[in-house]
Structures are given as C-alpha cells and as structure tokens.
Design a protein around this ligand. Sequence first.
Ligand SMILES: [Zn+2]
Length: 169
Amino acid sequence: MYTGYNKSIQISSMTYHLKMQDYICEDCYMIFVPFRKNIDCPACGKKVSEGTELEYLNFINICLENMKYNMTSHGTYQAIKWYIGNYSDWMQSNIFDLCELIRINRPKELYNFLENEISQFDWDRPTIKHTIEITIAIYQNLSIEEKSIVKTIKQSAYRKIRNFLCRLK
Ligand SMILES: [Zn+2]
C-alpha cells in the first residue's frame, strides 16, 4: 500500500521520473499506474477511461531506461539515489528491487516468486496484484541487449579480479 515514503530522499539528476499526476480510480480512489491498454482498476475493476492510459504508457520505457542506467553505472537494477515524490516513483523503486531479486534468484515461476517476496510487506491485495503485474511486464521487456549488459558487466568484473590476481603474483 502506498502511504508516502519514509526512506531518506535523495535526488538523482541522471534518472527519469514520470512527469504527470498520479492516476486515481474514479470509483474507489485507488492510485495505480495504467501502464498498458485496456487496464482495469486492480481494486474495483473499473475500466480506465479510454485514452487516459495513453499518457501513462511511457511508464514502462522510463522504468527500463532507469534500470539500464542503474545497471551500467553500478551493476544492479537497484537505484543508489532515487527521489520518491509520487506513486509512480514509489512503484519504480519497487520494480528496481524486485527485478534485481529476479536477476539474482532466477526463479522459474515469476508470479509466485514475486507474490512470496511482496507478501512480506503489509500491503493490500490490489497493490500486491498491481505490483506483480507491472514488474512482470517490465522484466519481460528487458531486451536481449539489456540482459547482455549484465553479462558484459559480470565479465569485466571478472577481468578486473583476474588482473588484480595477476599483479599479486
Ligand atoms: Zn477502483
């Protein structure tokens, strides 16, 4: 459940934030990110009014760009500095952490894995469901190119260790 954020707030100028207001369901007032077409409210099932979701479709791309930046700059999908000013920032922060857990644990079944991880938090069902769906959508969008960045970083880290060990001889 999104109730603001209590971690220390740091601003990173290198990363992207969704520059629009949080989407709020007209019927039940749940805040969520309508990240794909024909999406219903995760709490009450009300359809997002046609066209509205178009404004938020960029969420996936922005989040992927941030994860690419995190990975190339410090070798993890997690952000070192991340400003949380609204719901989509908060959701991106969850996605960074969860995608990093997927990368490390390589689970066979994404949904159950994520449900298990998220159930440790005191969130309501609609938020859990929404977070799982959006994280899976993001993870599936990570292109071969982005996954190869991970491989390259691992290799360069390995080379650094080898070079270091060679110098010790
Ligand atoms: Zn609703």
